[in-house]
Design a protein around this ligand. Structure first.
Ligand code: TRP
Length: 331
């Protein structure tokens, strides 16, 4: 079975973009791949978050992943900081990668610009920590968006370089996993592109019906089509994307026809979207509430995940130490 790995930084709640863009596919993948899903709490330290926020966000993501259907028996669901082996591999990779290579990473430059008073070394070595996350399990596939492609390039570089320096083949080069060319991109509600760009444009899996309705009803529209069969402007296309992901084909065709003959009423369209989104989100939200109310279970699940992840990482590190020349049992 091929190994897949995905990490998510613990910042707030999962939204529909996370769900339809990735988590729903993870639920399918756990049947066919050896999956590692982890919460990247070390990576979140680059912005020095409040300890209570980290604690809360980690629990939130755990409960929300489980509520979406990630099965801790099928996949390995764990918290990054529970697996100390990662840190050792991170250190080794930092010895093999050059300062210049890290400085050239665009996300580093962007983040340095965003937080000029905290251009810390963790920000610079973000890609080597990510490489350690991936390569400790010798994962073959990593589902990532465009923004992570350069980090993936660095992970491949870490794998190649280690193999070359020590004349071994221990690390496979991890590949970007694209769900499909036709994967629907979930738009934001404010017409600003992708859901998740800013807080105001998201529908969260924990939102209740009232909140969802309010957000949908506030979504931007235009004056309506002026000529039959015209192309839809982006903000309207976005609303149709929601119909596509959570409504019936009949509903989609009905509103599409109304668009085409210029009789569409946006109020009615939004009401349909709101109803159908509520129906999609409600069962997930209920499970989130159940998991969140059972902290003992969450703890047990994360301990179980940590054990499985450590077993895999420890096996890699044992080989790595031998290769490097650290043979504690032979002195
Ligand atoms: N950098 C990823 C993000 O910001 C999170 C992440 C950390 C990750 N380590 C990873 C993703 C390893 C994939 C593999 O979204």
């Amino acid at each position: 079975m091929e190994t897949v790995l995905s990490g998510i930084r613990p910042t707030g709640h999962l939204h529909l973009g996370n769900y339809f863009g990735a988590v729903k596919s993870f639920v399918k993948m756990q049947e066919e791949y050896n999956c590692y899903f982890f919460i990247a709490d070390w990576h979140s330290l680059t912005t020095c978050p409040d300890p209570e926020d980290i604690r809360q966000s980690v629990k939130t993501i755990l409960a929300e992943y489980l509520a979406c259907g990630i099965d801790p028996e099928k996949a390995t669901l764990y918290v990054q900081s529970d697996v100390r082996e990662t840190l050792e591999l991170y250190l080794y990779f930092n010895m093999n990668i050059y300062l210049g290579e890290l400085e050239r990473v665009t996300t580093f430059k962007e983040k340095a610009r965003k937080q000029p008073n905290n251009v810390n070394a963790g920000l610079l070595t973000y890609p080597t920590l990510m490489a350690a996350d991936i390569l400790q399990h010798r994962a073959k596939w990593v589902p990532v968006g465009k923004d992570q492609e350069q980090n993936m390039e660095m992970a491949r570089k870490c794998a190649r370089r280690f193999n070359n320096i020590y004349h071994v083949e221990i690390f496979p080069e991890p590949q970007n996993f694209y769900f499909s060319d036709k994967a629907v991109k979930i738009p934001g509600l404010d017409g600003s592109g992708k859901m998740g760009k800013s807080d105001g444009n998201c529908i969260y899996l924990c939102d209740d019906d009232k909140v969802i309705r309010k957000k949908v009803m506030k979504a931007l529209t235009d004056n309506g089509p002026q000529t039959p069969n015209s192309e839809k402007p982006e903000i309207i296309e976005n609303l149709f994307t929601f119909l596509q992901i959570c409504s019936s084909k009949e509903a989609y065709d009905y509103f599409n026809e109304q668009w085409n003959n210029c009789t569409i009423r946006y109020g009615e369209l939004k009401k349909q979207i709101a109803d159908d989104l509520c129906n999609t989100v409600a069962p997930i939200r209920e499970r989130i509430l159940e998991f969140s109310a059972n902290q003992d279970l969450l703890e047990k699940i994360s301990r179980h995940g940590a054990e499985k992840a450590r077993e895999s990482a420890a096996a890699t590190l044992k080989e790595v130490r031998q290769i490097i020349g650290f043979n504690p049992n032979e002195r």
